[in-house]
Design a protein. Structure first.
Length: 262
């Protein structure tokens, strides 16, 4: 089967571009299952129920998030009701929502496990992502060998370590959060597809999807500055992964990068 993961979706421009790209590549590339990180999809920070529904309607099967998941308060009850929107698994026990799910895609009868993790290096304190991942995968593998992991983190070393830690247990470990696509896609010795960061789906003429002059003002003055989603052409970045649905081992991985006019 063939999976696609799209990097952090930034604001309305990112949502619209993702819908356009999915209409093209899902049939053209025979995509069976779509996962995307949506933690910046509403106004550039956080996710709200309306934006989540828009992305599901665009063809995404499961949405993962990260450190900005709580930005919009109305997402809290929605997280409790919708198993297709995940918050990081290793947030403290008792927070709303869930960190993993197992679902059949709308284009495939194969069950796919999806796990959302968040790193601890240069990030807010959370529970151990390695221990959380090990426990979740032990349970998920009773349902399916096809398991996708979004490792939302700042430090390259922590993401690489997670890939190595889950090699042979997950079909893919793909990083998110930095909005910069890396060029280190590989299949690890145990059959796990790995990429340090999938990149972003947001305005290209920007700083990580935000208006450049606003980010520069913050760096130059260190004063509080409003951040707005930039305008102009949008870059859609992600990764396509081929997986043997019987063994769960990845057989191919390649990066996706498409530009959509404003």
């Amino acid at each position: 089967m063939r999976l696609v993961f799209l990097g952090d979706i930034v604001g309305r421009p990112g949502r619209r571009a993702v819908a356009t790209v999915l209409r093209r590549i899902v049939p053209a590339e025979s995509i069976d299952f779509v996962v995307a990180n949506c933690e910046n999809a509403s106004g550039g920070k956080g996710i709200d129920p309306q934006s989540a529904e828009e992305l599901f309607d665009a063809g995404i099967d499961v949405l993962t998030t990260g450190n900005h998941v709580w930005q919009n308060r109305d997402i809290v009850p929605y997280l409790g009701e919708n198993e297709r929107l995940l918050r990081p698994l290793n947030f403290p026990t008792g927070v709303p929502g869930r960190g993993w799910t197992a679902r059949k895609g709308r284009r495939s009868s194969v069950t796919v496990g999806v796990v959302s993790l968040i790193g601890r290096v240069f990030m807010a304190p959370v529970d151990c992502p390695f221990a959380a991942a090990a426990a979740a995968l032990a349970e998920l593998r009773r349902e399916t060998p096809v398991i996708f992991v979004d490792m939302h983190g700042e430090a390259t070393s922590e993401k690489v370590a997670m890939g190595r830690f889950l090699d042979g247990r997950a079909s893919a470990v793909i990083g998110s959060h930095t909005h910069v696509q890396t060029a280190d896609e590989t299949i690890l010795p145990g059959g796990t597809a790995y990429l340090t960061d999938a990149g972003m789906c947001g305005p290209e003429d920007s700083i990580l999807g935000v208006r450049s002059e606003q980010v520069l003002r913050r760096f130059l003055t260190q004063m509080p500055t409003r951040f707005d989603v930039a305008a102009g052409p949008v870059i859609v970045q992600g990764v396509v992964i081929d997986v043997d649905e019987r063994s769960g081992r990845a057989t191919a991985i390649r990066r996706v990068q498409q530009r959509i006019a404003a």
